[in-house]
Ligand binder design. Structure first.
Ligand code: SF4
Length: 916
């Protein structure tokens, strides 16, 4: 029987909740009862995070209580009854593992214990097989040793151990028998190492909640809110982060880049294991005693310190990534592995998207989704965020690096390698050569030349980007007969990446070529290990189904600004299968966001198999009163010129000047901070230069200081701090004189950049948000066009103007016009997706303001396209995609600027009097 919670009480809510918060909590609670997929929408600033915490965790506590009652009342026998929801059946079944499973567990434990005592585990069946293997292994070792002996002692460490896959039954080594247990799934994230063989398995908590969001700062915010509730003491919580965020080994951290940090950490773990095996052998063979303190990472050498770390985390309550890193530093033990080992017994796991959505990361972290709850925050762009995680790319420089190093390695060691190693290395060389040929234009030159002829109209240099279906790509390069799954297994199990890279580094040192200089010159591309990882990533992508992704080939080109290296990129186009695996396992998946519209698009792209009536959707209004918001569609500037920021008109000096004049007027009526969102950095620069030369900037700065969003994310914080300080000092909130002259500041920001995506512009920081035009993505973006075509179902269609090209290629001129042609050829879904993308960006940006119940702001949507006669509004009109609470108040008929000014003046006057 489905649990009915007609009026669940949310006693954990630390304040008196508003009615919309109660509605939201009830909706989430009911969604968890029902299971499946839900989408819950609540505008930013409505206490959404707190509502999520108090409803979801209350549900978990209630369910556990319910289970305990059921067990105490002896209702266990009724398990399996058709009336019970899945989660009840799963729970009770799991409580009583099958005898076989129990036996296996006991055997494993016994085996571990005996091996710790140095005694053999007497399992007869297994023994006979193992002893057989051992003999083969011994023979394999002997032959390996003979070959190693002929290598000079300096190069021994680079020689690959003998390799045997399922097909290579020639030789066997003791290492091989161990290798057989390695998962066949290849991890591109380098996350799948077995570091926890010594960990005693802890009982997995039932009804675990996984809360995931896009950024670490959003997760920190979640932890802060959680700490305000009673659940902070009642639930066991763990935050998961990447090594880049949690590594405290300074030498490793100094590497700076995520891939290198991951690789180095794994290398250290491998060294530790090898050293441990050596020590064990020494002990058995000669009774010698040796310390292993020099091996592995020193931050992970003491088991007791890890245990104490876990105890301390449990003691201190919910900690965010920064807290965990600090605690690890204080205690001198690794917080990355410390937090990972707490997952099993956690009630709530707080983690970034990447850790949850990537299958290999889930496996490495030991995340079990079965019958658990997944809450995905900031889900407004989930389909695109999800597929981007599965993209992979290798540059020309990286290909050259791998090819060069593999070739040199092969030349040096070919006579010492076994047949399997030789064969796989040769295959790798064939592959890298084929990829290089594509980028160096050694094949199909005619095809590209013909493209160049046509592309006379292209803005910059020559057209050289084209896309292909995955199978076509493999076929064209004559590599369709290579078994990539086996090759990936070989790369993973043989350790070839490290052997080749370290041999390459050694040669470079001998030749006095510093790899550090190489990395400095070319960034991460200069590292052989990173290049090899990029190759493995793209090979992994090529094992996907043909219909879910596309290959983009971009050849080197010179533009007026820079020389761009060529690359091969795999872009994932469909997240449906990735998401279905998650939905199939979990009890409930809840998508939460400030605005999740359009629901239908998300459903079609992520869970099309789900009938619309089985998708639970809830949306609530804003907590701010309607008179705290003043949204206006501004169609004309102060001189009466109509605002048109479409691609063809926005760069006209008149349009930029009119926008400047609008700002000159706004600074006289809007108090404190104004944030102006531009569609791109390039356009913002153009406008700024225009205002600078025309004297408009000077007029604006007489009233408000002007700040600009920096392109580099690292610099955003300092600019924001100065912007905020300026508002609160120049506006002089306590000074009547300054209030009269308004003061304050203007921040010129960019849609899609850091400020628009996650910065809180509450109160004086954002009294007025100005959205300049409709920020459509550039139609020259080749990846975007591929997504549009996929959504539209145009995957194999050709550009209308290029009918003569090879059946397997889609060529792109890189011109905006070509993109528009594709958009024009879309009938509905592709176009709709393109428009939705734009309006989601608008909603994200304007949602930065009005962050709490007493906040207020004006929102100006500057473009004629925002205004329309409400009776004539079609489904696709931009206004229909605004959040309901803004749409309801929008002044959208064409009014002149005088009217806009009057409305603003009235709005801020009322708010000012209301505040005093
Ligand atoms: S074990 Fe921890 S501290 Fe050591 S290198 Fe790895 S992540 Fe860094």
């Amino acid at each position: 029987m489905e649990a009915k919670e007609e009026n669940p009480k949310f006693v954990g809510f630390p304040f008196k909740p508003y009615s919309i918060q109660i509605d939201f909590m009830n909706a989430l609670y009911q969604s968890l009862n029902q299971g499946g997929v839900s989408m819950l929408e609540s505008p930013t600033g409505t206490g959404k995070t707190m509502s999520v915490i108090c409803s979801a965790l209350q549900w978990v506590l209630d369910r556990r209580l319910h289970q305990e009652d059921a067990c105490a009342n002896g209702n266990v026998g009724s398990v399996g009854s058709d009336d019970e929801p899945d989660w009840i059946r799963d729970f009770v079944v799991n409580k009583n593992p099958e005898p076989k499973e129990r036996k296996k567990k006991t055997e494993n434990k016994k085996e571990k214990l005996l091996s710790l005592l140095g005694k053999p585990y007497n399992n007869n069946n297994k023994n006979s097989r193992e002893s057989c293997k051992d003999k083969t292994a011994e023979r394999g070792c002997e032959s390996l040793q003979k070959r190693i002996d002929v290598v000079d002692s300096d190069n021994k460490e680079f020689l690959l151990e003998e390799y045997e896959s399922e097909d290579e039954k020639v030789l066997g080594t003791s290492v091989l028998s161990k290798r057989k247990t390695i998962k066949t799934d290849f991890s591109s994230s380098s996350e799948d190492e077995g570091d926890d063989e010594e960990e005693e398995e802890e009982e997995e908590k039932k009804f675990k909640v996984y809360f995931c969001s896009r950024t670490h700062s959003q997760l920190s915010q979640f932890i802060k809110e959680l700490r305000k509730t009673v659940f902070a003491n009642e639930m066991s919580v763990v935050s998961l982060g990447s090594r880049k965020n949690l590594c405290i080994n300074e030498e490793v951290q100094r590497l700076g880049n995520s891939t290198r940090i991951n690789e180095r950490c794994l290398e250290l773990q491998k060294k530790k294991k090898k050293e441990a095996i050596k020590v064990k052998n020494l002990k058995v063979g000669a009774g010698a005693c040796r310390t292993k303190a020099s091996s592995g990472c020193p931050m992970l050498s003491k088991h007791r310190a890890q245990q104490e770390f876990k105890n301390e985390v449990s003691e201190q309550g919910p900690l965010d990534i920064e807290d965990l890193a600090n605690l690890g530093r204080t205690m001198g033990t690794c917080p990355y592995y410390g937090s990972r080992s707490m997952v099993r017994r956690a009630d709530l796991v707080v983690l970034p998207y990447q850790s949850l959505f990537s299958k290999s990361s889930r496996e490495a972290l030991g995340l079990t989704l079965k019958s658990n709850i997944i809450i995905i925050d900031e889900a407004h762009n989930l389909a695109d965020s999800l597929i981007c995680m599965y993209d992979s790319k290798i540059t020309l420089l990286q290909l050259e690096t791998v090819h060069h190093h593999v070739e040199r390695y092969f030349v040096r060691f070919r006579n010492l390698l076994g047949p399997a190693n030789r064969r796989y290395i040769q295959t790798l060389m064939v592959l890298t050569r084929a990829f290089l040929q594509v980028l160096l234009n050694e094949k199909d030159g005619n095809l590209i030349d013909s493209c160049n002829d046509i592309d006379q109209a292209s803005e910059e240099s020559r057209a050289s980007d084209f896309t292909m279906a995955m199978n076509d790509f493999l076929f064209e390069q004559n590599i369709d007969n290579i078994n990539l799954v086996k090759l990936l297994k070989y790369i993973k199990e043989s350790n070839i990446m490290h052997k080749v890279s370290s041999y390459g580094e050694k040669l470079a040192t001998l030749e006095k070529i510093s790899t550090v200089d190489n990395i400095r010159e070319h960034g991460e591309e200069g590292s052989c290990l990173s290049a090899f990882q990029a190759l493995a990533d793209i090979l992994l992508s090529l094992t996907n189904n043909d219909d879910v992704g596309r290959i983009i080939i971009s050849r080197s080109k010179s533009t007026s600004l820079k020389k761009q290296s060529g690359y091969i990129k795999y872009v994932m186009l469909s997240g449906e299968r990735i998401f279905s695996k998650i939905v199939d396992e979990a009890h409930a998946v809840v998508l939460v966001g400030g605005t999740l519209q359009p629901i239908e698009e998300t459903r079609e792209r992520l869970f099309p198999w789900l009938p619309p009536n089985q998708l639970h959707f809830f949306s609530c209004g804003h907590i701010v009163p309607p008179d705290s918001i003043m949204p206006i569609a501004v169609t004309r500037g102060p001189t009466g010129r109509s605002f048109d920021f479409s691609f063809s008109s926005r760069s006209s000096p008149d349009m930029m000047r009119e926008l400047g004049l609008l700002l000159c007027n706004l600074v006289t009526v809007v108090p404190e901070g104004i944030v102006v969102f531009f569609p791109s950095f390039d356009y913002e620069s153009k406008v700024y230069q225009n205002w600078e030369s025309s004297g408009i900037l000077e007029r604006i700065t007489k009233r408000k200081r002007v700040f600009r969003e920096p392109r580099n994310n690292m610099d955003v914080e300092s600019v924001l701090k100065e912007y905020k300080d300026t508002i609160y000092t120049l506006s002089g909130l306590n000074s009547e004189v300054n209030q009269a002259s308004h003061g304050g500041a203007i921040l010129l920001a960019v849609v899609g950049a850091k400020i628009s995506e996650g910065i809180n512009l509450s109160d004086g920081m954002g009294r007025c948000i100005v959205m300049v035009g409709l920020p459509y993505a550039s139609p020259s973006d080749i990846e975007l066009l591929e997504r549009i075509k996929h959504i539209e179902g145009l995957r194999n269609s050709k550009l209308p103007e290029n009918p003569s090209f090879s059946a397997n290629y889609d060529l792109y001129s890189g011109s905006v016009q070509g993109g528009f042609d594709i958009l024009r050829s879309c009938s509905h879904r592709g176009k709709e997706y393109y428009e939705n993308l734009c309006m989601k960006a608008v909603n994200q940006s304007i949602g930065r303001a009005i962050r709490h119940i007493n906040d207020y702001a004006a929102i100006l949507l500057v473009d004629t396209r925002y205004a329309s006669d409400s009776s004539k509004r079609s489904f696709a009109h931009p206004i229909t995609k605004l959040p309901q609470w803004i749409r309801d108040r929008l002044v959208s008929s064409s009014i002149n600027y005088g009217e806009v000014h009057r409305l603003l003046h009235q709005f801020f006057k009322l708010k000012k009097t209301g505040c005093h």
